[in-house]
Design a protein around this ligand. Structure first.
Ligand code: BEZ
Length: 325
């Protein structure tokens, strides 16, 4: 007996009824599990799973498990990695314009930092990510940068002569060199050993990282300079991005934007909470301004306005934010 051949309509209905294929995605980041960026990545994974009934399964790789940011960048470019929360370190070394976001004393507060990252210059800068094989999904941030010194700073003194841990970012290395210090790029996981064995005698970090690693126990002074924004850029692999459905792209865009917005909103309070914890733990937290860097701030701006004129536009936005206060 001959069975009737399925009609095209029946086949289409069958295809619609079939469950969409489950997809495994990966996100890499250098921060450890307790850090806000990692917590946000875990929350993103939970939201993606909930909104797709488990179809999109995002595995989170914190603490540089997939390698350092240079290695993660290569994986993003080849499509071996889907998403990452990156500092601007590696991005600036490939496109100097990203370094303008780390200009010294650009804003006065973490609230202004968050607003600046939502502004037109920072937003438009994300278009440059395409040339690096990335798709921008928005900015987060970490705490405002501060300075820890293992030996005291004398009255009216500067950081000249100190060996200071930085991130490997051209503009930052240049800033510390101009301040007469010896900048020493080190990734987060190597910091503890380097500080406690005297390989470095100071570092640029934030209140959160200081308290969580107990770096204040090894510091004569915690200088509350809040001299630099530390942006995070949420990115997708441009190659992988093309392979997702339009619906999945819209979902990932929306959920990552919600996470980065939450991070930007959270950091002013995170900074304040960890500063208070440090004071409570007996750390010597001292407010300090541009004077501790000698004339580095002035000469840095003179040089980098020439090299990256986009900085001038960002400074105009930052000035307007400072004047709103
Ligand atoms: C750092 O290397 O100092 C750092 C990296 C990511 C988040 C916060 C700090």
């Amino acid at each position: 007996m001959a069975f009737p051949r399925p009609t095209i309509l029946a086949l289409a209905l069958l295809a619609l009824a079939a469950p969409a294929r489950a997809e495994d995605l990966r996100i890499g980041l250098i921060t450890p599990p307790p850090h806000q960026w990692t917590r946000s990545a875990n929350h993103l994974a939970a939201e993606l799973s909930a909104e797709t009934d488990g179809r999109l399964n995002l595995a989170v790789f914190p603490s540089g498990q997939l390698g350092n940011e240079a290695q993660m960048l290569q994986q993003l470019q080849s499509g071996a990695l889907d998403l990452a929360f990156l500092t601007v370190g590696e991005l600036s070394n490939r496109d100097e314009n990203f370094g303008i976001l780390t200009a010294p004393f650009l804003v006065d507060t973490a609230e202004q930092a968050a607003q600046l990252l939502e502004g037109p210059t920072a937003s438009a800068l994300q278009d440059n990510l395409g040339a690096l094989g990335l798709h921008g999904l928005g900015y987060g941030m970490a705490g405002m940068r501060i300075v820890l010194l293992s030996k005291p700073l004398e009255e009216g003194g500067t950081v000249a002569g100190r060996k200071i841990r930085t991130v490997p970012l051209t503009q930052e290395l240049d800033f510390w060199t101009r301040a007469g210090a010896a900048p020493t790029p080190l990734p987060l996981p190597e910091l503890f050993d380097a500080y406690t064995n005297g390989q470095i005698d100071g570092m640029q970090l934030d209140f959160e990282g200081t308290f969580n690693n107990r770096f204040h126990d090894y510091s004569a002074v915690v200088l509350d300079t809040e001299h630099m924004i530390f942006p995070m850029v949420a990115v997708a692999s441009a190659r992988k991005w093309q392979s997702y459905s339009e619906e999945d792209r819209a979902l990932i865009t929306r959920l990552v934007a919600a996470e980065t917005a939450q991070i930007r909103e959270a950091y002013p309070q995170i900074d304040a909470d960890y500063r208070a914890k440090l004071v409570g733990a007996g750390a010597t937290v001292v407010k300090a301004g541009p004077e501790i860097f000698g004339d580095a701030v002035t000469t840095w701006y003179e040089a980098w306005r020439q090299k990256t004129p986009l900085l001038i536009q960002l400074e105009t936005e930052a000035k307007a934010l400072r004047e709103q206060e």
